[in-house]
Design a protein around this ligand. Structure first.
Ligand SMILES: *[C@@H]1O[C@H](CO)[C@@H](O)[C@H](O)[C@H]1NC(C)=O
Ligand SMILES: *[C@@H]1O[C@H](CO)[C@@H](O)[C@H](O)[C@H]1NC(C)=O
Ligand SMILES: *[C@@H]1O[C@H](CO)[C@@H](O)[C@H](O)[C@H]1NC(C)=O
Length: 326
């Protein structure tokens, strides 16, 4: 009875998703940000700097360690990849020292492993880390990403005006669509709204983006993880009503396998992200991850909960005792 009521509610409230046929279940993959940030010193840190080596290594590790077989598919290149200037035809180019073969070659390598490639930009003047942004070049950049073979584009909101969010993301989505290449589109649009105390237009967001950030960036600590869980549990603006195939509330990356969480805290973190039907983007080092954390991330039963085709976001129905804080 309960199950049928939940199903009924969800079918009648889910508004139209972005029509690109993608992200029908929560996206699974690897993303460098929380672990590798914006380390650009490849002389001192050749294995850990934001350069083609790191992403090729990680693609190899995803295949060799069984992550691909478990469903982790996308390799996401975050901020700090662009060179300081566009080329003579106005196209973005990668930093030539750290990506000597260019982004297309990196995407080709990732595709050759049977994986998919995602790339970061920002619709403002600059990216959040201060690299060149897409302002005034949305159409050119959408085409460049398609030409490079991107399968996912995540577009940030730094150095852009709050009032432009409702234009910038739909316009970029329009240009991505025009390229004819299906690319998952991910946005921090409602996160910007939250910061600016603007009520998010979730129907418009769901029509434009395949997943969206709302709350704070995750850090490698229990305070951060439990903060996100507690905040998510309040179902801010009824966000769970807009969550499902084609469009997902994204509580941010998975930090399992790093330094800040105990084994039990890792279980709570990953278990809750599975219950939330959240995108699973691992921000860790798959070349050296310990076997216990790896087994957790490959747990078939948890992944089956996360990847359930109905895509319903789990919510607390009764609070027993206090919220967990430590
Ligand atoms: C572009 O949008 C149309 C209409 O919504 C859709 O049918 C088509 O699949 C989209 N194409 C891509 C590449 O996303
Ligand atoms: C959330 O949904 C409930 C029940 O439908 C409604 O009473 C409430 O006003 C909604 N809250 C917001 C912030 O939209
Ligand atoms: C992890 O398990 C494999 C065998 O499944 C073993 O060869 C390897 O040494 C283990 N690694 C660690 C760090 O314990």
């Amino acid at each position: 009875m309960l199950a049928s009521i939940l199903l009924f509610t969800s079918l009648f409230t889910l508004v139209i998703a972005l029509d690109n046929g993608l992200a029908l279940t929560p996206t699974m993959g690897w993303r460098n940000w929380e672990r590798f940030r914006c380390e650009v010193d490849c002389e001192t840190y050749p294995n850990d700097c934001i350069g083609e080596r790191l992403f090729m290594d990680m693609a190899d590790a995803i295949v060799a360690s069984g992550f691909k077989a478990a469903g982790y598919e996308y390799v996401l290149l975050d901020d700090c990849w662009p060179a300081p200037h566009r080329d003579s035809s106005g196209r973005l180019q990668a930093d030539p020292k750290r990506f000597p073969h260019g982004i297309k070659a990196l995407a080709d390598y990732i595709h050759s492993k049977g994986l998919k490639f995602g790339i970061y930009e920002d619709f403002g003047k600059k990216t959040c880390a201060g690299y060149i942004g897409s302002e005034f070049y949305l159409q050119t950049d959408a085409q460049t990403f398609a030409d490079w073979g991107a399968d996912l584009v995540f577009f940030d909101h730094c150095y852009a005006a709050a009032k432009d969010m409702k234009y910038g993301f739909p316009i970029m989505e329009f240009f991505l669509n025009k390229t004819g290449r299906p690319m998952i589109f991910t946005c921090p649009w409602p996160m910007d709204n939250r910061i600016q105390h603007i009520k998010p237009d979730f129907p418009a967001i769901r029509k434009t983006c395949n997943m969206w950030r709302i709350y704070n960036d995750i850090e490698d600590s229990w305070d951060s993880v439990i903060g996100i869980i507690n905040w998510w549990s309040k179902d801010w603006y009824n966000m769970s009503a807009y969550h499902g195939p084609g469009g997902w509330n994204n509580p941010d990356m998975i930090v399992v396998g790093n330094f800040g969480l105990s084994p039990d805290q890792e279980k709570v973190h990953f278990g809750m992200w599975c219950i939330f039907a959240a995108p699973l983007l691992l921000a860790n080092d798959l070349r050296s991850i310990n076997n216990r954390s790896k087994a957790l991330l490959l747990n078939k039963r948890l992944l089956a909960i996360n990847q359930d085709p109905l895509g319903i976001q789990g919510k607390p129905i009764q609070m027993v005792g206090k919220l967990l804080t430590d």
